[in-house]
Design a binder for this molecule. Sequence first.
Ligand code: ADP
Length: 276
Amino acid sequence: MKPEVHAVAPSVALLQLQKLGVCYDQGQLATARWILRDVDLTVHDGEFVTIMGSSGAGKSTLLNVVAQTLAPSAGRIVFGGHTVGGEGMPLQPGSGRRIGYVTQDDNLLPWRTVWDNVMFPLTLAGKPSASDVERAQRLVEQVGLTQWTGHYPHQLSGGMRKRASLARTLAYDPPVVLMDEPFGALDAETRAQLQADLLALWASERKTILFVTHDINEAIALGDRVVVLCGSPGRVALERHLDIPRPRDPETIFKAPSFAGHYDAIRACLRSGGQP
Ligand code: ADP
């Protein structure tokens, strides 16, 4: 893996959630339980945002709304200055291939090899071009799976499956990548290696990432900013810029001078449920 370099501070608003609300029983708004309400969030081009929150606060729901697999009940989603989602607007899953989604499960197709899994989204759009194939080969190499392209998912370790899933998502080059606790089920060592590899990939690919995690260390090690969702309905209870210089080493991030301050603020918010 190449060392992580991310010198340019992200500044252009790419994705905006404005007064976003979700309830799952839209037929009866008077009695419906709102899962998210009045969520305002601006994500900048190239930014790495980590999202934390208590279980049930609506983190996965938020990603599903951004991925446009779930329609918001209120508010709107603005992508690159254009409204792409909102109440009453038709869903456009993946927002026209501009959004990639790495879910908690890797969702690899068991009957396809690693290579065929990585190429799968590209083949859906027709015959992949030579540059598509070249890009996929480079990604497979970057995630360390070159020797494993002919293997099937059941022949891979959990970490390798995550790597394959990441390469598949990046293969079609979406500018935004959503990741929902992708490393949650991995052992500590594999997880630390994948975090480092993800940072290197992010630096070379220049993606905008929204990454849900339950691990405060992971949120601080990876993010430019951490956003904490709390309450019922969930709302943004804390936004904290993580001023730790890059490149970062996730395994030793706790040694950074500002780490303890960030950790304490995030933990306090999570414990209080966002109450001051
Ligand atoms: P988190 O990811 O923060 O743990 P989720 O977004 O998965 O939270 O869920 C938020 C709330 O929405 C939970 O109370 C959950 O039970 C509810 N929920 C999620 N999906 C559905 C659904 N399809 N129908 C009804 N309620 C749902």
